[in-house]
Design a protein around this ligand. Sequence first.
Ligand code: KIV
Length: 264
Amino acid sequence: MAITIHDLRARKERGERFVMITAYDSAVARLLAEAGVPALLVGDSVGNNHLGYSTTLPVTMDEILHHARAVARGAPDQLLVADMPFGSYQGSVEQATANAVDLLKAGMHAVKLEGGGWVAQLTARLTECGIPVMGHLGLTPQWINAFGGNRVQGRSPEARQRIVEDARALEDAGAFSLVLEGIPSSLAAEVTAAVSIPTIGIGAGPDCDGQVLVVYDLLGMTRGHMPKFAKPYADLGDAVVAAARAFASDVAAGSFPDDAHSYR
Ligand code: KIV
């Protein structure tokens, strides 16, 4: 049976922790669905994790739509959320609404918006149009230039207060859940207790209602810097390298293809 935004809320009410994982293509989305992962995020992290950009900022609507359609083909029954990329919702309410509509037409069930303040007004508008919105507070990667880097947010009393107020404002505006990224665990716990919608943490400690990881971090495919909060649950990066080397060495030795892999 298809998973909906209401299922996540019910899991919070039952005190049942859940996961969300990013997905960028149909093949991996199908495997994550087979594992029973309830929510998949077509994150704008597709930019730095899949497309080779150094940040999420260059990701366009066309790119996110392309990946959203692929994920929707692979896992139509999971709750599918897509990020609205940088520049796709800042221009006007009309621009944001049109882009969010395109994401739902591509098979997504909800969109994710980074930020508090005016984003709460936009959340209310999209929610009124029947477009469920997931909020995203804390270390929001689209704000890298404003933050001066990827820095943990919410450390000062004022910043803590602002994040709690933004979370309440997003809930009041109709957001169905909130990603909390890169904030102290104690603040994430405070936000999680302050709102009745589920919080989903990444680098936000153990007290959120759910946890999200970038799929390549989860699978051990990330090369270079691995964020402190990310835990690899497999070693697919090394497995890919080993498989490619073994293939090349069999071909060099003339042992592949053998009879079993050839047509007579
Ligand atoms: O784009 C993304 O992958 C995200 C998660 C890190 C929450 O926004």
